[in-house]
Design a protein around this ligand. Sequence first.
Ligand code: PEP
Ligand code: MN
Length: 369
Amino acid sequence: MAEESDIRVKRESWLTKEKRPIVIAGPCSAETEDQMIETARRLKASTKSDIFRAGIWKPRTRPGSFEGVGAKGLPWLQKVKEVTGFPVTTEVAKALHVELCLEFGVDILWIGARTTVNPFAVQEIADALRGVDIPVLVKNPINPDLALWNGAIARLRKAGLSELGAIHRGFSNLGEKYYRNRPQWSIAIEFMRLNPELPMLCDPSHICGRRDILQDVGQKAMDLGYDGLMIESHIDPDNAWSDAKQQITPEVFGAMITDMKLRHDYQDNMRLQSKLEQMREVIDHIDEEIINLLANRMSIARDIGAYKKENNMTIYQDKRWNKIIKHSKDQAKKSGLSEEFIINYINAVHNESIDQQGKVMKNGIKKES
Ligand code: PEP
Ligand code: MN
């Protein structure tokens, strides 16, 4: 064992904390050799990226979509490396992918969101990597489950991998329209708090799913103190074989990074500022959840309104209201909140509820469009 480590050449550490931000760019998918080389050359010319990405095996939500070129794309990644000097990275989802990547000299591996959710798959990858010294980035799982994300990191660590990092690519959410995958920043922030030694990259491309808000999301990540970005870039974005709506040309990518305020541009108190920002993010997230809960509550209130109407009952019912007040006072005491605040709050909620029930009594329940 000792002999083996003595002869091992120490390679450069790609995810080192010294160079920030770490910028990874490249197409969603490897399509052809020419597309790969041209994208890489133009990204090199932008001088704004450090590492080249391209998906070789693509986990697609629906069958029939382009599922990647497969192993024949690996020599193209090698060529990108030769021509541009970029270290290269691709997604692995099973042991066979790992073996092929190691054979073809891929520098960094990443585990995709659809794989992080599956402990069997992550374990298979970790086992295939046992005894190998290669950096691995772990994307957050599709669903907002911090434990799964941490669990994937723990499996890789247990297999002896020392150079790990995380990528925040947002979480899928039924009914979400603005983002393709809702960022839920507080989850990534909590991940950073629990794993302060791991670099955290943001993937605005998969969070946004569209070009017009990429810059804002990337900037937000920088403001929150992320260590880097992964951005999809294609020479002809509209005609990309996957994720066409979110890809940008290498030149647009270059301009976007140039326009961003990166962390080292900020004053010395940036770290403090960023801590404050992080705590505010958590509060914003909680407020958002409270409002969602209130909306759920009101929707039940409307159903109650319809029920009361059907059964000729009055909206306001004394006994019920006194019970709510008593219960809320008890809750206030238990939670260390002032009774006055809780009574004000419950009054406001109750008024809104009566209002909504009244509307249902008058107009009936309206189907939401
Ligand atoms: C990708 O990076 O192209 C990809 C498939 O990402 P995710 O796993 O985040 O969906
Ligand atoms: Mn993609």
